[in-house]
Design a protein around this ligand. Sequence first.
Ligand SMILES: [Zn+2]
Length: 289
Amino acid sequence: MDRADIAWRAASVAATVIREHGLNALPVDPIALAESLSIEVRAKAVSGVSGMLLRVGNNFGIIYSTHIPSRGFQNFSVAHELGHYFMPGHIDAVFRDNDVHRSHAGFASDDRYELEADHFASALLMPEALFIQAAERVGKGLAAIESLSEMCVTSLTSTAIQYTRCTDEAVAIVMSTGKRIEYCFMSKTLQEVAGKNRIGRGEQLPPGTPTSDFNKDPQRVRRAERTTGTSDLQDWIGGRHSVELCEEVVGLGGYGKTLTVLAATAAVDLEELEEEEETVDSWKPRFRR
Ligand SMILES: [Zn+2]
């Protein structure tokens, strides 16, 4: 199953839960939802996991880790465990060996069940219809993502990812550590411009971009500093189309990771870009053999 299928499957299960439980306003409270299902939820200062799902007979319990002191992260952790509870096949899979499942929420795992639970958590806490309505009122780029993260009580990172899924703008978000790209999500509009090219997991950050310069000083990342600059889509993915990007960079503090929001500085029209390309091509000198 590819990543797009996983996201789609998780979002459709979350949509059913949202409908059946009448979750029609932001923020969605995953702890209240769990308790309404008689799932006991407890906070615990455990590290190395985001949370745990426990099974005792036919009863379930959720523990969420408080080692990252962020309501957004903790909500996401609880919603991730609810993902295992609601997604078909998860209970059998996560309790294959024993009755304690340890989670690593936050799109960092390659495990199918972990990823599916992450996508469920995003879709539960940031229901598409409510999120799109809210997004229309909050402007653009990093500022928009920060407002939405306050409204949904979700982490900056998970909000940024959901933003790329819901916006019509040409936007990408990139998570990086040092010189390395951890992952990237692109909006549909930017994917169309990018063609087959993608900002790849595990690749090096393009040198000379504001993010690459920022990450050279790990202290700036740790102090949660910020910077803004411009780069070009071609710096990131090569390809045929030059698109100027506003690059907003924010250090995520103790994680040692950096979040970058790339947004086209002007409206992007793929047809126009292709016409420009043809004009440039027609001016290039052609040599006879
Ligand atoms: Zn899990």
